[in-house]
Design a protein around this ligand. Structure first.
Ligand code: NDP
Ligand code: OXD
Length: 310
């Protein structure tokens, strides 16, 4: 009997062996191998992350399992036609994003960058930040990551609003849906967190029109994709004071080029696309569950709607 083959293709070679081991442990009933060197017709499923080649000629490919939550780079590959794509839903990834969002919302809320600057200049200026209950935080994208972050921000006491295509019920969080409700949502977002997938509808959404709807002096946190942000519009909004500060984890070009002005902008915090990373163990378990469901002819959790783009 020929076994089912899961091929692993990961752009970062330092992660490839770890993924191979984790997936072998999670899926002992499958033949789990590196894609490179496998006869293309042997591959039934591919677990992929980053920009990888060699997926176009897999004649028997039944599905692509993304090792990350964002699938924009997979859907952008025209040679993959209509192959089903399953995105990553991993409790480790969700926990990591929760930590990132809480950390950076609190940094903006407590004006930590200013305190650090005061320390550098030996300035003792004990300003009083508002309490969380008097601060409005907005989450663009109320999916796996956005809903979790919103819930935890509400537990701390922030006034939290979430925006998505469909309305979501999350305890302590006001829900806004669709483009018609976007301006009202933005007006209630002193700290705005972007956790949207990158799709044709959301590309460039963080632009001057959106910034103009925010309360004056708002903060932006983009932990989604660099393609959401119009960089020149952010710089202009920082100059005018409409946006007071930004934390950016993702960029149009990654790694962020050494001469990019964001590195040294006094009101931009740069993190190297590590807001949250898939946990090898729980991520491999999620892939295993998806493969088993697919093999049984069932719909896996996280099946991407190609028309919606996420
Ligand atoms: P999900 O697919 O679970 O959620 C996407 C959310 O965005 C949903 O609430 C969806 O609305 C909403 N949405 C999509 N399109 C629109 C639109 N046009 N208008 C309004 N709302 C829209 O994604 P995840 O939460 O799992 O992940 C979000 C993104 O975070 C990923 O796509 C990835 O790019 C990024 N990411 C970044 C990481 C990092 O380290 N920086 C780590 C992990 C993920 P609805 O609920 O109505 O469907
Ligand atoms: C993801 C990411 O999409 O790490 O999972 O960016």
């Amino acid at each position: 009997m020929t076994s089912t083959t899961l091929a692993v293709a990961v752009a970062d070679p330092s992660d490839a062996e770890t993924w191979l081991g984790a997936l072998r442990r999670a899926l002992p009933e499958c033949d789990v191998r590196m894609l490179a060197g496998l006869p293309p017709e042997r591959v039934d499923y591919a677990a992929v992350w980053g920009r990888v080649d060699g997926l176009a000629h897999l004649a028997n490919l039944k599905a692509i399992l993304s090792l990350g939550a964002g699938v924009d780079h997979i859907l952008a590959n025209p040679s993959l036609g209509g192959v089903p794509v399953v995105r990553m839903i991993d409790p480790g990834l969700t926990q990591g994003m929760r930590e990132y969002v809480l950390l950076h919302v609190l940094r903006h809320h407590r004006r930590t960058t200013e305190l650090e600057e005061q320390q550098r200049r030996r300035v003792w200026n004990a300003f009083q930040p508002p309490l969380a209950r008097d601060r409005q935080v907005g989450i663009l994208g109320m999916g796996e990551l956005g809903r979790d972050a919103a819930r935890h921000l509400a537990v701390i006491g922030f006034q939290v609003a979430g925006w998505s295509r469909r309305r979501h019920r999350v305890r302590g969080v006001r829900s806004f849906a669709g483009t018609e409700e976007l301006p009202e949502f933005l007006a209630a977002s002193e700290i705005l967190v972007c956790l949207l997938p990158l799709t044709p509808e959301t590309r460039g959404i963080l632009d001057r029109h959106l910034f103009a709807h925010l309360p004056h002096g708002a903060a932006i946190i983009n932990a989604a994709r660099g393609g959401h942000l119009v960089e020149a519009d952010l710089v202009a909004a920082l100059e005018s004071g409409q946006v007071a500060g930004a934390t950016l984890d993702v960029f149009a070009t990654e790694p962020l080029p050494a001469d990019h002005p964001f590195w040294t902008h006094p009101r931009i915090t740069v993190t190297p696309h590590n807001a949250s990373l898939t946990d090898f163990k729980t991520g491999a378990a999620a892939v295993a569950e998806a493969v088993r469901r697919l093999m049984a002819g069932k719909k896996p959790k996280g099946l991407v709607d190609r028309r919606a783009g996420y």
